[in-house]
Design a binder for this molecule. Structure first.
Ligand SMILES: Cc1ncc(COP(=O)(O)O)c(C=O)c1O
Length: 451
C-alpha cells in the first residue's frame, strides 16, 4: 500500500493564473445554483487531493493548510482511509444504527470511550455533523439535569442549527434574520489572554472570567441551580484560535461540580489529536461530562459524536436519534483515522507544531503587524494587528494575507476578526511546514510594505 509520506506531490505548483479558466466556469455555475450563504474567501476549485496537497480543476497544485476547515486529519485521501471506505461500501453502506445493530458502531463507541478523559465508561451518540453533536448535547444536558438554562461564551462557535446557533456568539451575521433563538441561553466572557474583552484583564483573564461567571452572571441573571450545562471550546476555533488557560478550565470544572452543572467541551475543531493529544482539555487535566467531536474524526466523512459519561447518558429509547448518524462507511473511515492518529499522526502534530512555533518565534519582533502567534500542536493562530501596542484589529490586513497566500499556492483560512489560522492535515512534514511559514512570512512582509 502506498504511503502518504512518500507521495510525490508535496509543495505548490501553479500552472495558470488564478482562478484558471476551468475554475472560472465552476465559480460562475456555483454562483447561479448554490446557496448564497457560503463564505468563500478565494476561488479554489478542488478536483483531487493527496496528503497535504490539493489539485484544482486547472492542474494547479496547492499546499493545504486549511484541511477542509480542520477536517482531513490524516490528509486528503489517505490510502488506508480510502481502503476502509471502499471495503465498507462494498459490504454494507447503510443500515441505521438507530434501529439495527452493526459491530463497527459499538467498536467505535468503545474506542471513543477509551480515549475520552476520565475513568468512567462513556456512551456515544452518533450524528452527522458538529452541529448535530451539539444539538444532542443540549438535549442530553437538559434531559439529565432536568434543568433548562445553558451557558456559552462570547466568541463561541458551536454550529448553525437553531439550538447550536443559540450557543454561538461569533458573528451577528450568523444570527441575523433568524428571529428568536432558544431561550434560556446566557453568554459569558471567554478568557482571551491576548486581548481581554469586556473589562477582562488579559493577564488575569482566567480569574476575571471565572469571577464574572460566579459573581455577575450567577448573581444577577441566572441561578446556577437552574443551569443544565456550560458549553466551552477549550480552544475557540471560529472565534480566533484563542486558548483558554488550564487554570480557567480547571476553575470552570470546579464551578460546574459545585452547582451540579454539566461541563460540555466542544472539541469539534480542537479534538481528535489536532493539538497533539486526543482532546484539547487533556492539556489541562479537566474531565468534561460531555465531549462533542466531528471534523477530524473521520478524515472527511460526515460524522459527529456526543460522548457522555455513562451515568449522564441516561435517556431512554426514542429520546433522540438520527437515520444516518454513525453510518457504516463513516464509522469505517473513523476507525481507520483513529488507528493512524494513534500510530503516528498525533505525535507528528506535536513535532510539526513545535517546528512552526520555532519558525515563527521572532515574528512579533520582525513583523510590526503580528501581535501574537499562539497554539497547540497543529492548531495555530497568528493574530494580525495594526499596532502592537494598541492591539488594534487588522481584519483587512489578515484578509489580504489570505489572498496573497492563495496566489502563492498556499491555502489558509482566517478565523475570528483578525486571526490567520493554521490547521493543516496532521500528516505534514518539515519541508511543508517550512514552506508554509516562509510563504506567510513573505505575504506578511508584502502587506507591511504596502501599508
Ligand atoms: C467548535 C465547533 N463546534 C461546532 C461546529 C459545527 O460543526 P458543523 O459545521 O460540522 O456543523 C464547528 C464548526 O466549525 C466548530 O468549530
Amino acid at each position: 500500500m502506498p504511503n502518504v509520506e512518500v507521495m510525490e506531490k508535496k509543495l505548490p505548483h501553479l500552472v495558470t493564473s488564478l482562478p484558471g479558466p476551468n475554475a472560472k466556469k465552476v465559480v460562475e455555475l456555483d454562483a447561479e445554483f448554490v446557496s448564497a450563504s457560503y463564505t468563500r474567501d478565494y476561488p479554489l476549485v478542488a478536483k483531487s487531493g493527496i496528503g497535504a496537497t490539493v489539485d484544482d480543476v486547472d492542474g494547479n497544485t496547492f499546499l493545504d493548510f486549511a484541511a477542509g476547515i480542520a477536517v482531513v486529519a490524516t490528509g486528503h485521501c489517505h490510502p488506508e482511509v480510502v481502503a476502509a471506505i471502499q471495503k465498507q461500501a462494498a459490504e454494507l453502506i447503510h443500515m441505521s444504527g438507530t434501529d439495527f445493530y452493526y459491530s463497527s458502531l459499538a467498536e467505535l463507541a468503545k474506542k471513543l470511550s477509551s480515549i475520552a478523559p476520565g475513568k468512567e465508561r462513556k456512551k456515544v451518540y452518533f450524528g452527522n455533523s458538529g452541529a448535530e453533536a451539539i444539538e444532542a448535547a443540549i438535549k442530553l444536558a437538559k434531559y439529565h439535569t432536568k434543568r433548562d438554562k445553558l451557558i456559552a461564551f462570547h466568541g463561541a462557535f458551536h454550529g448553525r442549527t437553531i439550538g447550536a446557533l443559540s450557543l454561538t456568539a461569533s458573528r451577528a451575521v450568523q444570527r441575523k434574520g433568524f428571529g428568536t433563538l432558544l431561550s434560556g441561553v446566557f453568554h459569558t466572557p471567554y478568557p482571551d489572554t491576548y486581548r481581554g474583552t469586556y473589562g477582562i484583564r488579559p493577564e488575569h483573564a482566567a480569574e476575571d472570567c471565572l469571577g464574572y461567571l460566579e459573581n455577575e452572571l450567577f448573581r444577577r441573571r441566572v441561578d446556577p441551580e437552574e443551569v443544565a450545562g456550560i458549553f466551552i471550546e477549550p480552544i475557540q476555533g471560529e472565534g480566533g484560535y484563542i486558548l483558554a488557560p488550564a487554570e480557567f478550565l480547571q476553575g470552570l470544572q470546579r464551578i460546574c461540580r459545585k452547582y451540579g452543572i454539566l461541563l460540555i467541551a466542544d472539541e469539534v475543531q480542537s479534538g481528535m489529536g489536532r493539538t497533539g493529544k486526543w482532546w484539547a482539555v487533556d492539556h489541562s487535566g479537566v474531565e468534561p461530562d460531555i465531549i462533542t467531536s466531528a471534523k477530524g474524526i473521520a478524515s472527511g466523512m460526515p460524522l459527529g459524536v456526543m460522548i457522555a459519561r455513562a451515568s449522564v447518558m441516561d435517556w431512554t429509547p426514542g429520546a433522540h436519534a438520527s437515520t444516518f448518524g454513525g453510518n457504516p462507511v463513516c464509522v469505517a473511515a473513523s476507525l481507520a483515522t483513529i488507528r493512524l492518529l494513534e500510530s503516528k499522526y498525533m505525535a507528528n502534530a506535536v513535532r510539526m507544531g513545535e517546528v512552526i512555533m520555532k519558525l515563527t518565534a521572532d515574528w512579533t519582533t520582525r513583523h510590526k503587524i503580528v501581535g501574537e502567534v499562539r497554539g497547540r500542536g497543529l492548531m495555530i493562530g497568528i493574530e494580525l494587528v495594526r499596532d502592537q501596542k494598541t492591539k488594534e484589529k487588522a481584519n483587512d490586513l489578515r484578509n489580504k494575507i489570505v489572498q496573497l497566500a492563495f496566489h502563492k499556492g498556499l491555502l489558509v483560512l482566517g478565523s475570528g476578526d483578525t486571526t490567520l489560522r493554521l490547521c493543516p492535515p496532521l500528516v505534514i512534514d518539515e519541508e511543508q511546514a517550512k514552506f508554509a511559514i516562509q510563504t506567510l512570512d513573505a505575504c506578511i512582509t508584502e502587506v507591511e510594505r504596502a501599508m
